[in-house]
Design a protein around this ligand. Structure first.
Ligand code: PEP
Ligand code: MN
Length: 335
């Protein structure tokens, strides 16, 4: 349930509502909003009777929240969320490009690609130091040494850093060096990791699991937000489809549906969906046309030598050309 306060409600009236929610044994979560204060009721095992609040002074509405996800839902928060990163805002009409290699391989590789994507218009550099690989024999990433390289990229270029945490141990280290923590598709329902990412207080990009329904994905985001971290970006990266023509099936219907269901920003990763570079530009353009808040794209200057995901990595020139197309498709509001 969402308790909506009068726009002139006093701090005392708001505190009284919070106290009543807590006295009932539930959790109260104030929801910041432009023109009104609202207070969400969480952790109530059964529906709450609106009459308990409607006669309190300063309360204008008590709205039942029908969705299983609460903090994530647009029912709880009407305006689009906006994430504040150092020098960069994400969401509510801003458009962000995050690009870089699948994995950090060396300082020279990371810096070369970082400079190329920055010239093309990226504001965030992606690169995995911890790689969740299907095969235990595949390249697993440089670990701590990779994070050190990412720090260097940040210092040298000013690009913000997004990198994946695969478990509690890597999360601790990632939090120290990244601006955005990536939770990968394979960990979307690793609830212990989601909780820790929520406790970190850092912005989190949550990829959709390749077998997850939209509701499961939004519930995973709820785990992060329920720990008190409102800084969540959703990332559609495709689900298991049929056929071998693409690696996954990019489900662009989630862009407008997430926008309707949630106030959180949604970005699209066409690279992992495609699995091959010729499909990345058309899927990226389609994602932009569908209304996403940004893109996460793999780029490598020598994809034939890449330690992971070379076949889907764009050459820097292809990335630059794609950025031009996207600026035409979606002019204005680029950070
Ligand atoms: C990645 O971004 O490199 C990655 C492993 O992606 P996903 O979790 O979507 O497979
Ligand atoms: Mn990859």
């Amino acid at each position: 349930m969402l308790i909506v306060m009068d726009k002139d409600a006093t701090a005392g009236q708001i505190a009284a509502v919070v106290a009543k929610i807590e006295a009932l044994g539930f959790a109260a979560q104030p929801i910041p909003g432009g023109e009104r204060t609202a207070i969400g009721i969480l952790r109530n095992p059964r529906p709450v009777d609106p009459a308990l609040f409607l006669d309190m002074s300063g309360v204008t509405q008590a709205i039942p929240v029908s969705r299983p996800y609460k903090l994530v839902s647009r029912e709880m928060k009407r305006e689009d969320s906006i994430l504040q990163l150092p020098g960069l805002e994400v969401g509510r009409g801003r458009f962000v490009i995050m690009a870089g290699p699948c994995a950090v391989e060396s300082e020279a590789q990371a810096l070369t690609i970082a400079r190329a994507v920055q010239a093309g218009g990226a504001r965030v550099f992606r690169g995995g130091a911890y790689k969740p690989r299907t095969s235990p024999y595949s390249y697993q990433g440089l670990g701590k040494a990779g994070l050190k390289i990412l720090k260097k990229v940040r210092e040298e270029t000013g690009l913000l850093i997004i990198t994946e945490a695969v478990d509690a141990e890597s999360l601790k280290l990632v939090v120290e060096c990244a601006d955005i923590i990536q939770i990968g598709a394979r960990n979307m329902q690793n609830f212990a990791l989601l909780r820790r990412a929520g406790q970190s207080g850092k912005p989190v990009l949550l990829k959709r699991g390749m077998y997850a329904t939209m509701e499961e994905w939004l519930m995973a985001a709820e785990y992060i937000m329920a720990e008190g971290n409102p800084q969540v970006i959703l990332c559609e990266r495709g689900v298991r489809g049929i056929g071998e023509h693409s690696r996954y099936l990019l489900d662009l219907s989630t862009v407008p549906v997430v926008r309707r269901e949630s106030h959180l920003p949604i970005v699209v990763d066409p690279s992992h969906a495609a699995g091959r570079r010729d499909l990345v530009p058309p899927l990226a353009r389609a994602a932009v046309a569908a209304g996403c808040d940004g893109l996460l794209i793999e780029v490598h200057h020598e994809p034939e030598k890449a330690m992971s995901d070379g076949p889907q990595s764009l050459y820097p020139e292809q990335f630059t050309a794609l950025m031009q197309d996207i600026k035409t498709l979606r002019p204005g509001n680029w950070p």
